[in-house]
Design a binder for this molecule. Structure first.
Ligand SMILES: Nc1ncnc2c1ncn2[C@@H]1O[C@H](COP(=O)(O)OP(=O)(O)OP(=O)(O)O)[C@@H](O)[C@H]1O
Ligand SMILES: [Mg+2]
Length: 361
């Protein structure tokens, strides 16, 4: 190895991933270093643990600053790439092929914006460059078809259901399989069977993040899900007023009971910005999500305002997280980055077997 390359690598050993708290060389994040000693040029490829890394710019700047200190370098070329890490494979579980990470969106209460948050997080992760799937597990009241603008039925090939791509996301919902006016009345065991079909009989393909929209409440679906699939973590959606925060505690207790870790909280309908005058009205109080997150020792992933553009975008099946000109694009992008960041931190801490898992029957 050339002496200059050695020096560049030594410089990169001084750069830490701020989340993982180890240097980039030790973390195996330096994919290549090419130097031209005569010309004094260096090209480095840094591989992040997710394309949705909120620290991408900082890591790139830190690498550039560290390499700039090496004598004899006068041109630095840094390429940032990503390969999404995955959850470990707990003992006694088998694989959900191709799916690296599973993130569920839930709450302790109905109507707080779980489906809105789930669809927008999925679309934002896709916008950030990840391969994403979205599974609607609200079996009795599926909203994902409308929110993602899907009207058709999925194809079945070799007895496997092909998810429908919408807004760049592989999407699956009970709403694709039954007609809208057909009431769904099932008892527990049937529900379990339907869930199995929606999870295991679907050809998901290679997916970095499978986002799951959970139904309201603290029922069977969450328990069955935790028994079937290894879920990396859940995100709790809340509105900021006190009564909803009591429901966060309820939701947290429920996820603890079914052994799905809660990785953070999103505050939805956090404030209202008047489109006419720009006045900010804190309809449901504000900051409650952040307070309760701090109190419960959970991450706070961000606050999403109450806004008619968000509601309209859901009604027409075009989530704002995919509309680059929208002022809410950035808000959901930041939330999605925080989710991906937390998943990556947990993956680094918990093992590195390259597939997400389900319990063997
Ligand atoms: N930030 C927001 N701004 C404006 N409207 C919103 C916002 N979040 C959600 N809504 C609207 O509120 C309604 C309820 O949202 P959503 O269906 O996402 O809630 P949910 O928690 O999934 O409900 P359920 O418990 O019934 O599954 C929808 O009409 C949605 O468009
Ligand atoms: Mg919903």
């Amino acid at each position: 190895m050339s002496a200059l390359k050695d020096k560049v690598l030594a410089a990169l050993r001084t750069v830490q991933d701020p989340d993982l708290k180890r240097d980039l060389v030790t973390l195996n994040m330096i994919k290549s270093v090419e130097v031209d000693e005569a010309a004094g040029t260096v090209a480095v490829e840094v591989e992040l643990t997710t394309p949705a890394c909120p620290l991408k710019k900082k890591i790139e700047d830190d690498c550039r600053a560290a390499i700039a200190k090496v004598p004899g370098i006068n041109k630095i070329d840094i390429t940032m790439s990503a390969r999404v890490t995955t959850a470990g494979q707990p003992e006694g579980k088998t694989a959900l092929p191709g799916v690296k990470n599973v993130v569920a969106i839930g709450s302790g209460k109905g109507g707080v914006g779980k489906s809105t948050t789930a669809t927008n997080i999925a679309v934002a992760l896709k916008e950030l460059g990840a391969r994403v799937a979205l599974l609607d597990l609200d079996i009795y009241g599926p909203n994902v078809p409308g929110m993602m603008g899907v009207t058709g039925r999925p194809k079945v090939i070799n007895k496997r259901i092909i998810p429908i791509e919408a807004n760049g996301v592989q999407t699956m919902s009970m709403g694709f399989l039954v007609s809208e006016d057909q009431p769904l009345v099932w008892r527990g065991p049937m529900l379990h069977g339907v869930m199995k079909q929606l999870i295991f009989d679907v050809a998901w393909g290679d997916v970095d993040y499978l986002v799951i929209d959970l139904p309201p409440g603290t029922g069977d679906v969450q328990l069955s899900l935790s028994q079937m699939v290894h879920v990396n973590g859940s995100v709790i959606v809340t509105t900021p007023q006190n009564v909803a925060l009591q429901d966060v505690r309820k939701g947290l207790a429920m996820f603890q009971k079914v052994e799905i870790p809660v990785i953070g909280i999103v505050e939805n309908m956090s404030y209202h910005l008047c489109p006419a005058c720009g006045h900010r009205d804190e309809i449901f109080d504000h900051g409650g999500g952040e307070r309760v997150a701090a109190e419960l020792g959970l991450n706070f992933f961000g606050a999403v305002p109450l806004n008619s553009e968000i509601r309209r975008s859901m009604d027409i099946g075009r989530p704002v997280a995919g509309v680059r000109g929208s002022e809410f694009y950035k808000i959901y992008r930041a939330v999605a980055e925080r989710v991906a960041q937390e998943v990556a931190i947990r993956n680094a801490a918990g093992g590195s077997v390259p597939i997400a898992t389900i319990k063997a029957d």
